[in-house]
Ligand binder design. Structure first.
Ligand SMILES: CC(C)(COP(=O)(O)OP(=O)(O)OC[C@H]1O[C@@H](n2cnc3c(N)ncnc32)[C@H](O)[C@@H]1O)[C@@H](O)C(=O)NCCC(=O)NCCS
Ligand SMILES: Nc1ncnc2c1ncn2[C@@H]1O[C@H](COP(=O)(O)OP(=O)(O)OP(=O)(O)O)[C@@H](O)[C@H]1O
Length: 196
């Protein structure tokens, strides 16, 4: 069973995906793939440098993610350029990983931009993790050291909660404790296994 997992930034996707992994699901992590395709020495990073200039490189040859984030979350056209480079490379990786994933059981595709991609209906089910914007912002200020404006610009670059709800088979509202989150994830996983 192929399941999409999505949610806004800092909504709790990675926490949900870690619980699902403990329960036995196979996880394919979109953010991780998006980092791998621009690692030093990759054709992906060469394309990013061609588009954004060598000033987005760190002295060690890696991509300066903070700098690229500052650029693309304040300029939609530049964000589209970056996405035009990274997303096709990520989808290639997905296809390869999917081909080698086990054919039975539950495979979770953690895709931050699933609602934006228009590909939700290619999955057997979609889990949406939802957290109020104010909580997302507080977490970004606390964990990432970003300014409120940085946090708000990331949220503004993403789908709205209504757009995500529209693709949800299972909605996980993450406003309670971690224990409550775990209980809800366990219930959703039991339903997925029953349907697989
Ligand atoms: C701009 C970059 C360099 C910033 O890196 P940084 O380390 O600060 O963030 P990280 O990659 O950990 O992403 C954190 C979160 O930001 C959000 N985010 C990332 N890219 C985007 C985007 N293009 N549009 C909207 N939100 C995004 C997602 O919620 C993601 O979970 C990086 O996010 C990136 O390369 N983005 C383009 C690729 C992409 O779209 N990735 C997301 C899904 S595949
Ligand atoms: N129910 C909860 N109670 C308290 N803290 C939580 C809860 N759910 C998630 N968190 C915390 O909120 C932060 C963001 O969660 P997580 O990393 O899972 O989100 P994410 O959606 O994967 O984020 P990103 O979009 O940045 O990858 C983490 O520090 C996590 O431990």
């Amino acid at each position: 069973m192929r399941v999409g997992l999505t949610g806004g930034i800092a909504s709790g996707k990675s926490t949900v995906s870690a619980i699902l992994a403990e329960l036995g699901a196979v996880i394919i992590d979109g953010d991780k793939l998006a980092r791998e395709v621009v690692e030093p020495g990759t054709p992906g990073l060469a394309q990013v440098v061609e588009a954004f200039g060598p000033e987005i490189l760190l002295p060690d040859g890696g991509m300066d993610r903070a700098k690229v984030g500052q650029i693309v979350f304040n300029d939609e056209a530049k964000r589209k350029v970056l996405e035009g480079i990274v997303h096709p490379l990520v989808f290639e990786r997905y296809a390869a990983l999917e081909a080698s994933a086990p054919k039975d059981g539950v495979v979770i595709h953690d895709i931050p931009l699933l609602a934006e991609s228009g590909r939700a209906d290619t999955f057997d089910a979609v889990i949406v993790v939802e957290t109020p914007a104010e909580v997302q912002i507080e977490r970004m200020l606390r964990d990432r050291g970003w300014s409120r404006a940085d946090a708000e610009s990331r949220i503004a670059a993403q789908a709205t909660p209504e757009q995500r709800r529209a693709i949800a088979t299972y909605l996980i509202v993450n406003t309670g404790t971690r224990e409550e989150l775990r209980a809800r994830v366990e219930a959703v996983y039991a339903e997925l296994v029953a349907a697989a």
